[in-house]
Design a protein around this ligand. Structure first.
Ligand code: GTP
Ligand code: MG
Length: 153
């Protein structure tokens, strides 16, 4: 079954949005299987955003994620189509292009302070979960409501 890495970035933590993110994924029926609060090292953030290296905003992005003015909250969510649905719950990268009702449209106006991260593919999800958590820190559990949420018939 599918998993994705979702993070509340330091601006989202400062803004008090951790509960809101958890709430939206929970009420959709997704299962929380990993959760941690940390100040990521520069090296971790550089790896996480490796594909953006060389972009003009890269150094600023790495500093903002890793400078420790506020921590990051990392989560792993599990469930049907959770990678794609997670991105939809977050909204477009630039909050000014995000649809109303998405987290970024509801809480953000700047692409450089868009409060949240979500894996954008199966490959990214696998890489990011192992980078931020490692398999040992992810805990699958039996969700009692699962048959009421996930059944197709
Ligand atoms: P993430 O979920 O954070 O990975 O965002 P994304 O997948 O929607 O976008 P992408 O991976 O292309 O960019 C990663 C992050 O870099 C964004 O979430 C922004 O925080 C930041 N970013 C992207 N483009 C810009 C930009 O033009 N200016 C600034 N300041 N930051 C940017
Ligand atoms: Mg991305």
């Amino acid at each position: 079954t599918e998993r994705t890495f979702i993070a509340v970035k330091p601006d989202g933590v400062q803004r008090g949005l951790v509960g809101e993110v958890i709430s939206r994924f929970e009420r959709r029926g997704y299962k929380l299987v990993g959760l941690k609060l940390l100040v990521p090292s520069k090296a971790l953030v550089e790896q996480h955003y490796g594909d953006l290296k060389g972009r003009p905003f890269f150094n600023g992005l790495v500093d903002y994620m890793s400078n420790g003015k506020a921590p990051v909250v990392g989560m792993v969510w599990q469930g049907k189509d959770v990678i794609r649905q997670g991105r939809k719950l977050l909204g477009a990268t630039n909050p000014l292009d995000s649809e109303p009702g998405t987290l970024r449209a509801d809480y953000c106006t700047a692409v450089g302070r868009n409060c949240f991260h979500g894996s954008d593919s199966h490959e990214a999800a696998t890489t990011e979960i192992s980078l931020w958590f490692g398999e040992k820190a992810v805990f699958d559990w039996k969700q009692a409501l699962e048959p009421w949420i996930a059944s197709d018939n």
